[in-house]
Design a binder for this molecule. Structure first.
Ligand code: F0G
Length: 474
């Protein structure tokens, strides 16, 4: 791609310190270890993205942002203007809901290396029926399933895969519960790179597996779980020149923070009172927290939302850690849930998630298989739909409301992370009544029956179809 293609035609805006367009050589970033605080340059990082001194993960940091009046500090008013103008720009990079905000993720030397599928710019839908039922004034769903490969992973992948391309890698790889691999395979294919996917055999949804194949990845199904795949890949990247694209890669989080900008922009630079996010490997909650924190630091918004993380009860190591020791240690668990995207027992980014929850006074709780299934059907019945892992957010909100932790006057945003077609088998099993075991649905029978809409076999004549229509529940 020709970098000149990305030269913005927008005019100079006074007060923007000459940094109106992010062209070449705007790269300001360094990596800071989350554990020991050591700082290194991006090119010094080890293949497993762990700190050489303490083994913890890195965060991307931008020199000078925290200094008021510093020359590197972007101007909040100018940024808001510029980002809005870009909505009507004809430049490819401006069509991306990630790179539209590129002043806040200056991680590339040359924006000609950006690999984009026009990710981001996802809708913020009002959830009117759920809001009414729960007695919440303003309830929204930020639907990240509306990204090009059907999940929020695209926002992170465009960022990190562009770095891989800029650094000259031929191969990229990830271990995945399905969505990361789908996104990575697509972006690698666009960039002309080879991709290697490690997935737990039999434990990912077919829609996601089919995507990795479709986009030409070398897909290895390992006889282990997600956590086992992560271990195998950690050894491979030490032996082969492969760029690791799991969320231990801090550039993924730079892309995944941009939905925070979109949410604030959609609410006219107000922040919601509460953001509710599903928790698996725990990178996304951390990324969104970083997005809101940086916006506050730069004066784009006045405060942070509370950020709460919801896990499946069968895959809840963070919930356990926070209740056992306030998030000081995390004991891995053997994970079991039909929400396969978040079937993770040993989450890599748990320390980052603890910081986000504690800094924002958020909550962390878990929900059962029946609660997830019901919430997913309710979101479907509002015409949105999502994959099971995303539905934990609504299930979590119901609990937080019931416990009085969220007031009726609050503005709440649920982050729906994946598209409903990712896991059609789950949806069909729910509506057929074969998803849950009796003991799992105990106490929820009535709620489930009200939501079930099984397809019915009907004789091929109008009378029979009309009878089926009249006989259906309202
Ligand atoms: N929702 C969906 C649909 C996901 O695919 C994932 C993670 C999460 C939520 C949890 O996000 O890990 O940042 O806490 N999926 C990963 C994958 C692990 O491999 O696709 P997290």
């Amino acid at each position: 791609m020709d970098s000149r293609q990305f030269h913005s035609p927008l005019p100079h805006y006074p007060g923007f310190a000459g940094r109106l367009t992010a062209g070449m050589n705007d790269n300001l970033h360094q990596l800071r270890c989350f554990g020991c605080g050591d700082r290194i340059s991006g090119s010094e990082v080890l293949p497993d993205f762990r700190c050489a001194k303490c083994g913890d993960l890195f965060e991307v940091e931008y020199a000078g942002w925290s200094l008021r009046g510093g020359t590197n500090r972007p101007n909040a008013g100018a940024l808001k203007w510029l980002w809005r103008e870009r909505r009507s720009s004809s430049e490819t990079l401006d069509h991306s809901g990630v790179w539209r905000f590129r002043e806040l993720l200056p991680i590339l030397d040359n924006y000609g290396n950006a690999v984009t599928l026009r990710e981001g710019n996802t809708p913020l839908y009002a959830l009117t029926r759920a809001a009414q039922k729960l007695g919440v004034d303003q309830l929204y769903a930020k639907h990240q399933g509306m990204n090009p490969t059907g999940s929020f992973k695209d926002t992170g992948m465009t960022a990190a895969l562009s770095v891989a391309k800029e650094r000259g890698f031929e191969w990229v790889a990830c271990a995945s519960t399905g969505n990361t691999s789908a996104a990575m395979a697509a972006y690698a294919a666009r960039a002309g790179l080879r991709s290697l996917v490690l997935i737990p055999e039999g434990k990912i949804a077919w829609g996601k597996l089919s995507q990795a194949m479709d986009y030409g990845a070398v897909t290895c199904q390992l006889k282990t779980d997600f956590d086992g795949c992560v271990k195998v890949l950690a050894e491979i990247v030490q032996k082969e020149p492969i760029y690791l694209l799991n969320s231990v890669n801090p550039y993924r989080l730079e892309g995944q923070k941009t939905p925070a900008f979109e949410i604030a922009e959609a609410l006219d630079w107000n922040v919601p009172d509460h953001l509710i996010v599903p928790g698996g490997n725990l990178a996304n909650s951390s990324a969104l927290g970083k997005g809101f924190r940086e916006m506050r630091e730069l004066g784009l918004v006045a405060r942070m939302p509370r950020i709460s993380v919801i896990q499946a009860a069968g895959a809840n190591p963070l919930v356990r850690s926070l209740s056992a020791n306030h998030g000081k240690d995390l004991e891995p668990v053997e994970a079991h849930t039909r929400a396969t995207a978040i079937r993770i027992g040993n989450p890599a980014s748990w320390r980052k998630a603890v910081r986000v929850i504690q800094d924002t006074d958020g909550w962390c709780l878990d929900v059962t298989e029946a609660e997830i299934a019901i919430a997913k059907a309710e979101l479907g019945a509002e015409g949105l739909g999502c994959e099971p892992a995303s539905a934990v957010t609504l299930a979590g909100l119901k609990k937080l409301r019931a416990e009085g932790k969220i007031g009726s006057g609050e503005t709440v945003v649920l982050v729906l992370t994946g598209h409903t077609l990712k896991d059609a088998d789950y949806t069909i099993d729910f509506h057929r009544g074969t998803l849950l075991k009796e003991e799992e649905s105990a106490g929820y029978g009535e709620d489930i029956e009200k939501l079930r809409r099984n397809a019915v076999a009907v004789d091929a004549n109008p009378r029979a179809v009309i009878a089926a229509m009249r006989g259906s529940a309202g």
